[in-house]
Design a protein around this ligand. Sequence first.
Ligand SMILES: Nc1ncnc2c1ncn2[C@@H]1O[C@H](COP(=O)(O)OP(=O)(O)O)[C@@H](O)[C@H]1O
Ligand SMILES: [Mg+2]
Length: 274
Amino acid sequence: MAYSNICLFYIYYDVLDMPEHVFFNAKEWLSMIHLKSINKSFEKKKPSSFSLTNINLKIHEDSVFGIIGRSGAGKTTLLNVMTKHVLPDSGEYYFSGQPVRKMPKQIFFRQIGIVYQGYPLLMQKNVFDNIALPLVIRHNSHRFINETVNHLLRTIGIDELKNHYPSELSGGQKQRVAIARALAGNPKVLFLDEPTSALDTFTTMELVTLLKKLHQQGDLTIVVISHDLNVIDALCDRTALIENGKIVACGETHAITKEITQSFPKEGDTDGLR
Ligand SMILES: Nc1ncnc2c1ncn2[C@@H]1O[C@H](COP(=O)(O)OP(=O)(O)O)[C@@H](O)[C@H]1O
Ligand SMILES: [Mg+2]
């Protein structure tokens, strides 16, 4: 490498403030989500009230990122900040390099898909119409909606259920419909809040396999909140551990889950993380 090129690299590297290894892996330094010093307090007058404090987080493009923590730690609140449902009191949020604060809501929401906890579906609409909903709202053509929904039904493995209503579905099937609906708008990022909390072990592992397949098939960044160490371990490249509104550890998933397991030697299980 010519000397001038080396200088250029170091100037660039310095400006971007990135760890050294990213030079060798271009995907890694493309942050899909970048939270900088985010703070959010719900009741400012009460000192004991909950707050997200000094949240710094980078989620790389095309990665699967896990967020784990006890009940009440702030996982859903953090997800709500990342999905622009909760506005932080301070700090900056960049999505795909763009400041979210300045991004019109419509533009932002088109780039994300969310599977909420309990995966609520419209009970009076069948599976096809539930999945089609985001596209109907966007006034897409009938032809486009048909093609997109039928493709998703096949990809998610629920083709035979398209005329069924939510009351006729199992928990795992409802979950798949909710995932298909979240993907209908072809989002850059799929957020899932406790996607396996109501599923049995077998259905949970099927869901993990499906999410892995979806991730491998397209340019999709997945952010998954779960109390289940096995799910996080099987699915996520990197994971953040959140406690009392603070990120206390963040890194390669196996290292984080190992640290968590070792911090509960007497309990012998992960119930405390629920
Ligand atoms: N809109 C809100 N107003 C006031 N407090 C809230 C609000 N949303 C969440 N909280 C509080 O924030 C804390 C963290 O909640 P949450 O993010 O749902 O935790 P987790 O998802 O980790 O279980 C809880 O104490 C909860 O009561
Ligand atoms: Mg929650």
